[in-house]
Design a binder for this molecule. Structure first.
Ligand SMILES: Cc1cc2nc3c(=O)[nH]c(=O)nc-3n(C[C@H](O)[C@H](O)[C@H](O)COP(=O)(O)OP(=O)(O)OC[C@H]3O[C@@H](n4cnc5c(N)ncnc54)[C@H](O)[C@@H]3O)c2cc1C
Ligand code: FES
Length: 312
């Protein structure tokens, strides 16, 4: 299914010392007041909070770490992506699925209730200034990881295509929650809506059009996309962004510049403890062999930074 289609042609050890880490965005601890809470799909909730202190400077790809008010066993905060960010209104939304006690607890909140949020955390998506065509790829709840980038890209005058994959019609993200400018293409595992198959099947049609791609979703989906991306330049004969500027100078691995030059950036989700880099509970492995903390060096990585063969 394509809705509101646009013509794509127009439209557990500490990380070893490496290159200097980019300065992390300043995180704040703030109270956030719930403004609106609704179940947008079965078991999936969209909540809007006022939190001007957190929203200032927050970027797509970053996340908040939220404390539940139930201290009887729910000690750890829960991480959620910035689903949308409105710096003018000082509001943010989170979109989550209820899978355990923490997320259940959030569904019982009512407008006016306060929660304690830590953020913005992690490193954001990086868009090259020359990028015109943005491909977003979301698997299920992965939509929450890339949704804010659609807004940022459209505000910057870029064209956006979103490829969304879900199990069936009842899991498909409502098109009414997307900006009108987004070309929205759906795939479902059972074929009940849109393409019958995986969302990754749709990517080849857009690979040549897209200047950069950004993905969030289940690990097998991200692994398949990383494999596709690794052969893209060879298969399509396309130039890589920024080939001329700074040619010959090595780009430090893990830098914002490295992400900006990558065709594919992925947002990783690992179980988290502290979310501030201290507990090493969220590590994935880089191709360099250096462990990467998803909460600090991520959650956004250039797909070729990660060693996808390592189990994590
Ligand atoms: C950077 C980041 C951003 C995230 N953004 C979102 C988001 O926008 N929307 C959303 O719905 N979820 C998101 N998650 C996952 C979300 O944090 C977990 O679903 C949530 O913490 C589960 O809490 P719970 O108490 O309900 O479940 P628990 O009782 O803690 O766990 C229930 C089940 O969920 C699994 N689980 C717990 N934490 C995670 C996790 N971090 N990733 C995957 N599985 C997990 C557990 O292994 C267990 O099987 C994000 C995770 C990370 C790391
Ligand atoms: S969650 Fe503690 S280091 Fe990442």
């Amino acid at each position: 299914m394509t809705t509101r289609a646009r013509d794509p042609s127009t439209t557990a050890r500490a990380p070893a010392p490496g290159p200097p880490a980019p300065t992390p965005p300043a995180m704040r601890l703030a109270g956030a007041e719930l403004i609106d809470s609704r179940e947008i799909l079965p078991g999936q909730w969209l909540q809007e909070y006022t939190a001007p202190n957190l929203v200032a400077g927050a970027r797509a790809g970053q996340f908040v770490h939220v404390r539940t008010g139930d201290y009887s066993g729910l000690v750890l905060r829960r991480p959620f992506s910035f689903n949308t960010i409105d710096p003018v209104a000082g509001t943010l939304t989170i979109h989550f699925r209820t899978i355990g006690r923490g997320t259940e607890w959030f569904t019982r909140l009512r407008p006016g209730d306060q929660v304690d949020m830590l953020g913005p955390l992690g490193r954001p998506f990086e868009v090259d200034p020359r990028t015109q065509h943005i491909l977003l790829i979301a698997g299920g709840l992965g939509i929450a990881g890339v949704r804010a980038l659609a807004d940022e890209a459209i505000r910057a005058g870029r064209q956006v295509t979103l490829l969304f994959g879900g199990a069936g019609a009842r899991d498909v993200y409502p098109s009414s929650l997307l900006p009108d400018e987004v070309e929205y293409v759906v795939a479902t595992d059972d074929g009940s809506v849109g393409h019958h198959g995986f969302v990754t099947d749709l990517v080849p049609e857009y690979e040549a059009w897209a200047d950069q791609a950004f993905a969030c979703g289940p690990l097998p989906m991200l692994r398949a996309l990383a494999a596709q991306a690794s052969t893209r330049r060879h298969r399509l004969g396309v130039a890589s962004l920024g080939r001329k500027r700074g040619a010959g100078r090595p780009i430090p691995a893990g830098s914002a510049q490295a992400r900006r030059k990558a065709f594919l950036q992925v947002s990783m989700e690992q179980n988290m403890g502290c979310a501030v880099g201290a507990c090493l509970g969220c590590v994935v492995m880089a191709t360099s062999g250096t462990p990467q903390r998803v909460c600090r060096e991520g959650p956004v990585f250039a797909s070729d930074e990660l060693d996808w063969e390592k189990g994590w």
